[in-house]
Design a binder for this molecule. Sequence first.
Ligand code: SF4
Length: 334
Amino acid sequence: MSRTATEQIVENSQLAGKTYGFDDGHNASRPVDHWFQDAREGRTLFLILYTQACRWSRCVGCNLPSQVSRAHVPYDRIMDQVDYVFDELLPGDECRKLRKIILSNNGSVLDEDTFSTTALLYFVAKMNRRCPSVAVLTLESRPEYIDEAELEVLARALREGATTTRLELAVGLEAFDERVRNDVFLKGLALPVLARTVAMAARHGFRIKAYFMLKPVPEMSEEEALRDVEQGLAYLDELARTHDAEINMHLNPTYVASGTPLAAAFAAGRFSPPLLETVRRAALASEGKRVSVFVGLNDEGLAVPGGSFLRPGDEALAAQLEQFNRTQDHACLR
Ligand code: SF4
């Protein structure tokens, strides 16, 4: 008998040594969080809807499931959230200015067991009506949940808005090294699965965003962390050239997320977040590659005290990285 989504979430969290709880008391008609950022495309909304948590739930440094629900969230409650976002949260002129929306549920938006397809199509319909300038819609998902049928429907719907909207599929790779990624970080992702997703996206003219973490696990030096990102950039560059695909690396310096084995390692002195200087060198390594880089500088308030990669005195370097995010001009990083 196949396990329910709730059973998978509970069992996988325990298996990975997670100690956090879930936000089961959240009002299911309201999103988890949202914020704005300036991306290359312009004004960007990052939106996290409240749904059932990630069924994988194992990745060692991740406590994103703690912000959502252990139990199933019905499609009409998710549609209430969509109404709230477009009718109340965003004033009309804010909607009209948006050039990009990143849609997340702290898990997989394309996993229909946790994120209703009806609600997803409803989101696209309201976005088409209210946000005429959106050029890119990013959907976060583990690759195994992405299939041709839903991409085809989404492609058609996204062509119908006033501005043609390109889909960007955002998938987590986290680390290039196979052992680090799957044996230590417990990502459960084989590179051929990612390559298949890139090929599928390229066939539809969609973009790929690959999430990487800088220094994702304990006992990794700054130089080893840098080398892993450099190898990841070389791999993504090769994929982009092979499939004529547009790929962005979203590079997240690792913060110490509470209730995870990484937090235990941090408390025991076996982990320290990466230096922002290493982040700078990692972003600089994308020069000459067919891969753009966006550096994530928001720990979403999920880090333990002292567990952020932003330290006193980092302000100027953080501003340089933000400028790089906006311009993709490597000169900002020298
Ligand atoms: S990183 Fe993504 S796939 Fe892994 S547990 Fe967190 S939400 Fe799930």
